[in-house]
Design a protein around this ligand. Structure first.
Ligand SMILES: [Zn+2]
Length: 247
C-alpha cells in the first residue's frame, strides 16, 4: 500500500522514553505502557454484504448492468476497510512519533503472514483461517502500514526487535519458559512470579529490545539451583526498560 505524500517528520518529545509494540492475535497492537490498540476491520455484516454482492454479480449475465453493479458495490465496501485502516494508521503513528523518542516494533515476517492468507484482497475469506474471526492478511497489512507510517513520521527513531520469544520471556527477570504463558491473556513467570497481562509483557520485552535471543539457561545440574538463582536475580534492578543488553 503506497501513500502519495510522505508526511513531515514529527519532532521527538526529547523525554528519552521508549515504547514497545507487540502484535497480538486478539489485539492488533499492545503497547508497553499497557494500551491496547485495534486496527478496525469490516464487521461480520459488512463482510456478508460483500459476499452477497459478489455472489449475485457472479450469477448475473456476462456484460449485464447487474454484474457491473454487484462488483462495484463489493469493491466500495472493500475500499471502506482500506480507508478505515489508513485512518487508524495515521492516528496511531502520529501518537507514537509524538509521544516517544524511540519506537520499537516486534519484527514480523509480514511476507509469510500475508502468504498464509493469500487471496484475501481479491476474495476475502478464501483460504483464510476464520476461526478467531480475524483476517490475518488484513491485520498484517495494517501492521506493515503502521510500521511504515511511524518510520515516515519518526525517521531514525524506529527499531525492529526480532521477536521469537517475546511472548514467553518474562519482562521482569528475563526468564524464557513456555509454562509462564498461562493463557492467551495471562502471563505468570514460573521463575520470579511476575504477573502481567500477556500482551503487555510481550510489549515490555519489545520496548527493552529483548526477545530474540534466549537468555542462556543455567544448568540445573549443579545442585538444581535454577529457581533460586533466578529468583535472587529478579530482586536485582533489571535494566530492561532502558534497553541495555543484559548479556
Ligand atoms: Zn520472571
Amino acid at each position: 500500500m503506497a501513500f502519495a505524500v510522505v508526511p513531515e517528520p514529527v519532532p521527538a518529545p526529547g523525554t528519552g522514553e521508549v515504547i514497545g509494540i507487540d502484535r497480538g492475535v486478539t489485539i492488533t497492537a499492545a503497547l508497553s505502557d499497557g494500551r491496547k490498540l485495534n486496527c478496525p476491520q469490516l464487521t461480520v455484516k459488512e463482510r456478508a454484504r460483500i459476499r452477497k454482492h459478489e455472489r449475485r454479480a457472479a450469477r448475473a449475465k456476462k456484460g449485464s448492468p447487474e454484474k457491473r453493479a454487484g462488483y462495484a458495490k463489493a469493491a466500495r465496501l472493500k475500499a471502506r476497510e482500506v480507508n478505515r485502516r489508513k485512518d487508524w494508521c495515521e492516528k496511531i503513528s502520529t501518537l507514537l512519533a509524538r509521544g516517544f523518542d524511540l519506537i520499537r516494533f516486534e519484527k514480523l515476517n509480514i511476507k509469510n503472514m500475508t502468504r498464509s492468507a493469500k487471496g484475501t484482497v481479491e476474495q476475502p475469506g478464501r483460504n483464510v483461517a476464520q476461526k478467531s474471526g480475524l483476517n490475518r492478511g488484513i491485520l498484517a497489512q495494517g501492521w506493515g502500514l503502521l510500521r511504515q507510517r511511524t518510520e515516515d513520521k519518526a525517521p531514525g527513531r524506529v527499531e525492529d526487535v526480532p521477536a521469537p520469544y517475546t511472548s514467553l520471556r518474562c519482562s521482569a527477570c528475563g526468564w524464557i519458559e513456555k509454562k509462564s504463558r498461562k493463557s492467551q491473556a495471562d502471563f505468570e513467570c514460573v521463575s520470579c512470579g511476575f504477573i502481567c497481562n500477556a500482551d503487555e509483557n510481550a510489549a515490555n520485552n519489545v520496548a527493552a529490545g529483548q526477545g530474540g535471543i534466549p537468555r542462556p539457561r543455567r544448568s540445573a545440574g549443579a545442585g538444581g539451583v535454577t529457581a533460586a538463582t533466578s529468583r535472587s536475580n529478579a530482586r536485582e534492578p533489571q535494566p530492561n526498560w532502558v534497553g541495555i543488553p543484559l548479556f
